[in-house]
Design a protein around this ligand. Structure first.
Ligand code: F6R
Length: 360
């Protein structure tokens, strides 16, 4: 089988990367620092009170930050956090809901529609955007806006789109201090960057190694409801959008009750599947045991599996270490397919077709 691209050819990697995905990955620690320190510190929160639930509404790269918040908040916040990826909001949304309406471009129609619903229900709203119509509407309506820097892909802006939500909940007194965890996470990914970046040779670079294993295979990515489920979803999305390839995700223990039964037919397709097991030392011991049993059940059926362990102590470090490895791996996988990781023509086409015939 063709080896594809030389992943140690740094100039070649930069040449296929027209939108600066590598630069955005390199800049992630600085992005997280600025997102946490600068973006949400000034936003007006004085009118927000008596919040009983939090909804993050957005799509794609703008929604995943909501899942990160949901995951982070699960063990720390008594208030439920729900992620909404739709035109409409759940029925419970009302005056006691804090809605983060998140759209990097500010022009995603589902998010604009959900924003309108949140207004009509009298919810407290905070908009996170780099501009667009959402920015205009928020300004018109006097809704607080967290403005994020433009010019990168939404999926490369998770720091900008997620960390301000933590800062807001902290300022509202809903979350205890998270600054130490943010600092630990930034230090952790800075260290990791040395191993994952284009200059680190393939033989010592886990992200290049994973890309090589996923090349010409169908990635199936498994996490857990703890912290790695959201990462599995993120890896899947990054393989789709950066490498323009299919990928699928699920979580244990749920997949032990259905998906695992489906590893019998058709054998020729199962042989093309490479399973990524996202591991976290803090997962429930019974889930750890399930991983060990599940590995034995699939090892002779699929192409192979690779375990990737979360690094660090705090939830943020563990989450972002795995996200960083997956983000880099997806961009190297794009290189192996000889495709520019940046443009997402299929998404642009859908948005354009949906826009046709609409006035605004
Ligand atoms: C593109 C990307 C997409 C967008 C999605 C919503 O990089 O990641 O998943 O995030 O199409 O668009 P925005 O984020 O502008 O609301």
């Amino acid at each position: 089988m063709a080896q594809g691209f030389d992943l140690d050819n740094v100039d070649g990697l930069c040449r296929i990367d027209s939108t600066g995905m590598f630069a955005a990955l390199e800049g992630l620690p600085a992005q997280c620092r600025s997102a946490y320190q600068d973006l949400a510190g000034q936003v007006e929160l004085s009118e927000i009170e008596a919040i009983s639930n939090v909804v993050v509404t957005g799509l794609g790269g703008s929604a995943i930050g909501g899942d990160l918040l949901r995951t982070y908040a699960a063990g720390r916040l008594s208030t439920p956090v729900i992620v909404n990826r739709d035109y409409v909001l759940p029925e419970f949304v009302g005056a006691d809901t804090l809605v983060f309406a998140v759209s990097y471009s500010g022009n995603t129609e589902e998010t604009l529609s959900a924003y309108g619903e949140a207004r009509a229900r009298g919810a407290s709203i905070i908009v996170i955007t780099a501009g667009g119509k959402l920015g205009e509407y928020a300004k018109r309506d006097g809704v607080p806006v967290i403005g994020v820097p433009g010019g990168i892909s939404p999926r490369a802006a998770t720091g900008f789109l997620f960390l301000p939500t933590l800062q807001v909940l902290q300022r509202l007194g809903m979350l205890p201090g998270v600054a130490d965890e943010v600092n630990e996470m930034i230090g952790n990914i800075k260290e990791l960057r040395k191993k994952l970046g284009p200059d680190a040779p393939e033989r010592d670079n886990p992200a290049k190694g994973i890309a090589r294993k996923l090349h010409n295979k169908i990635p199936v990515i498994w996490g857990t409801p703890g912290i790695t489920g959201v990462v599995a979803q993120r890896w899947k999305g990054q393989v789709n959008e950066n490498a323009k390839a299919p990928a699928y995700w699920n979580v244990l223990p749920e997949l032990n009750h259905n998906e695992i039964v489906g590893f019998q037919f058709p054998l020729e397709i199962l042989k093309r599947i490479h399973v990524i097991l996202l591991r976290d030392g803090q997962d429930h011991p019974r889930v750890q045991k399930r991983f060990e049993i599940t590995k034995k059940m699939i090892e002779d059926v699929v192409d192979g599996y690779t375990e990737v362990w979360a690094l660090g102590e705090g939830i943020l470090s563990r989450l972002y270490s795995l996200i960083y490895i997956g983000d880099y791996a997806s961009v190297y996988l794009a290189a192996l397919y000889g495709i520019d990781p940046g443009p997402v023509k299929a998404i642009d086409y859908l948005k354009k077709e949906l826009q046709a015939g609409k006035d605004n």
